[in-house]
Write a protein that binds this ligand. Structure first.
Ligand code: ADP
Ligand code: MG
Length: 343
């Protein structure tokens, strides 16, 4: 069986990335689960959340494995119904409709993730900001639609996480200004894979990988070998820039080649720099790995916005996290805890 682990990750060759005192990591694309030793892997991929969600796990009982896989998809769907701004009936859509008029009850889970998102805004000095959506909502990449300069100028002032107020006791969210909107697209998939792996772990699974788009979380290893995670080459479809052996870690990649269109030589894509209101343009790919998929998801988006210097400096301050970024010329940079592969 050969299985794609999300469109940003594809099969490739291992590179050695060694960090003192820590078992290596790298990042990924395709996961080859081949051969007799892996006869008990079970897996499935489904289109969900505007991307592909996949679950692969090792189990000796195919019926139980199937039930576990269903449980993870059910969890992903539950979270999507709570947190998708593309669903009018979601709680977050109610927040976006009403929170400028009155505090809106968000419930424990949505409230908690918004709280984490705002904390990450502080950590990244605003590079990660879920209010990016006041500008972001005007894009439709499939229709090649983007906001004109006047719209960006008018909406840009509404991108500011400090315009979101949380009431911990009431678990409610309030916007300080009319027109503020929030969107968890930069963190919710990480939450989905983190929750999915939690379910598997609590039900006794020891080896698994759950992926949603560019976010993956591994449980254990591939039964004696690490998972090979390939980072896609941002400018050559189906090619892998590098591949990294990882186990028991989360990994996320943000790129400008997933949702985008090109116009007059400019690439318009889905990661917005809050300071300009325009798509961030220094990098073409940012990968972050570490212990928690909510963090790697938000951090990969953040590093993409911050660029090589600021982004890698941010990661240098987070001992559990490492990063690999690729710039517009295809140059690859590593955070200081990683040793680049020898050439
Ligand atoms: P993907 O959604 O492809 O996994 P990312 O994890 O990088 O990629 O998330 C990009 C998404 O994050 C965008 O589609 C958008 O929903 C959201 N986003 C865009 N810019 C920002 C930003 N500056 N801060 C927080 N979220 C953002
Ligand atoms: Mg992200």
């Amino acid at each position: 069986m050969s299985t794609s682990v999300g469109s940003k990750h594809s099969a490739g060759f291992p590179v050695s990335l060694a960090k003192p005192g820590r078992r290596v990591a790298g990042v990924i694309a395709m996961l080859a689960l081949i051969g007799p030793a892996t006869a008990d892997w079970h897996g499935e991929s489904r289109p969900m959340m505007g991307t592909e969600v996949s679950v692969h796990l090792w189990h000796d009982d195919p019926v139980e494995a199937e039930a576990l896989i269903e449980a993870v998809f059910a969890e992903a769907s539950r979270i999507d119904h709570l947190m998708s701004t593309y669903k009018d009936t979601s709680r977050i859509s109610a927040v976006n409709r009403e929170a400028a008029d009155r505090p809106v009850y968000a419930g424990n889970e949505l409230f908690g993730l918004v709280r984490r998102a705002l904390d990450i805004s502080v950590l990244t000095r605003g590079a990660f900001d879920i209010t990016y959506d006041s500008v972001g909502q005007h894009y439709d990449f499939r229709a090649r639609k983007r906001p004109d300069d006047e719209t960006v100028a008018a909406e840009r002032g509404l991108i500011d996480y400090r315009l979101v107020e949380l009431d911990d006791t009431a678990q409610s969210i309030r916007f300080v200004k009319q027109g503020v909107r929030i969107n968890l697209g930069g963190i919710a998939k990480g939450y989905v894979v983190e929750r999915g792996v939690d379910i598997l772990r609590h039900r006794g699974v020891t080896n698994a990988i759950v992926t949603a788009g560019g976010d993956s979380r591994m449980l254990g290893d591939r039964r004696g070998q690490p998972f090979m995670i390939g980072i896609r080459d941002p400018r050559r479809a189906e090619a892998v820039a590098m591949s990294v052996p990882l186990e028991d870690e989360a990994v996320s990649t943000s790129g400008d080649y997933e949702r985008y269109f090109d116009e007059n030589g400019i690439r318009y894509h889905h990661i917005i720099s809050p300071s300009t209101g325009a798509p961030a343009h220094e990098l073409t790919s940012a990968t972050v790995f570490g212990p928690d998929a909510v963090m790697t998801d938000a951090l990969s988006t953040s590093v993409f916005v911050m660029g090589v210097d600021l982004g890698l400096r941010l990661i240098a301050g987070l001992p559990d996290y490492e990063s690999i970024v690729i710039d517009g010329e295809g140059r690859i940079y590593y955070s200081d805890g990683l040793q680049p592969p020898e050439r």
